[in-house]
Design a protein around this ligand. Structure first.
Ligand SMILES: C[S@@+](CC[C@H](N)C(=O)[O-])C[C@H]1O[C@@H](n2cnc3c(N)ncnc32)[C@H](O)[C@@H]1O
Ligand SMILES: Nc1nc2[nH]cc(C(=O)O)c2c(=O)[nH]1
Ligand code: SF4
Ligand SMILES: [Mg+2]
Length: 209
């Protein structure tokens, strides 16, 4: 990569964009809400069940001018969800400052394993055992979303819930390929522990992006 592109990436004026699409938020607290998704490439967390492994190698996703992404988003939506890959691998200050100047709500989906950048109206933290969130994000996270792959993940969920603020919304989401086995266990767990809610990936049931 040339020096100029690298400098623009460092300033957040370019980002390795994988895809952008206007859809319905399918997960968690804002499930059902129309939102423009910006998926930035690059992730080194390595969840074996990740549903966007194509995002992992940032080099496969061309550096794109952040202003172009912003223009596309603001012409279509009033809420943007920044996801990846792991979006916090990149400087998101320029993206979110400009979106907010345009009165767009900024939401992020993150594992929290990199330093926070950007200004957020909504932070959805989905911690991963292989690369835990940095401590700084727990207290400011609006929503904790734990992926349930097996029974041990309920214990992990409670450990992670003990670190967030008391106002943080708590969600358990079945890992997609294990949903037949784990969804009934989540239903049972939520009825016994009603501080949690279940989050289904409704976009996958609706066959939308
Ligand atoms: C693809 S990740 C990208 C953002 C960030 N890397 C993260 O993990 O939060 C977006 C959301 O999808 C969840 N997710 C990924 N693969 C999944 C799967 N197979 N089943 C259920 N949820 C999944 C993640 O835990 C995260 O909450
Ligand atoms: N519709 C829809 N909702 C989503 N919520 C979180 C997603 C993500 O991949 O981060 C996602 C996604 O990929 N599609
Ligand atoms: S942290 Fe997110 S993007 Fe990275 S592997 Fe895990 S689910 Fe996929
Ligand atoms: Mg997804």
């Amino acid at each position: 990569m040339d020096k100029n592109t690298q400098q623009l990436i460092d300033k957040g004026e370019m980002l390795p964009l994988m895809e952008e699409f206007y859809t319905i938020q399918g997960e968690g607290f804002h499930s059902g809400k129309a939102a423009y998704f910006i998926r930035i490439g690059g992730c080194d967390v390595g969840c074996h069940w990740c549903d966007v492994k194509e995002s992992w190698d940032a080099n496969l996703h061309p550096p794109t001018k952040t202003n172009l992404i912003i223009n596309n988003a603001t012409s279509q939506a009033n809420t943007v969800v920044v996801t990846g890959g792991e979006p916090l691998m990149w400087n998101l200050d320029y993206l979110t400052d400009t979106l907010k100047n345009n009165n767009i709500k900024t939401h992020i989906e993150t594992s929290g394993s990199y330093k926070l950048s950007g200004t957020w109206d909504w932070i959805c933290l989905s911690p991963k055992k292989m690369k835990l969130p940095l401590n700084e994000i727990y207290k400011i996270t609006d929503e904790l979303k734990i992926i349930i792959v097996n029974k041990q993940d309920f214990k992990f969920a409670e450990e992670q819930a003990s670190k967030v603020s008391k106002n943080c919304k708590l969600f358990l989401q079945p890992e997609w390929s294990k949903r037949a086995l784990m969804t009934p266990q989540i239903v049972d767990y939520v009825m016994k522990n009603p501080k949690w809610k279940i989050s289904l990936q409704i976009h996958k049931y609706l066959n939308i992006p």
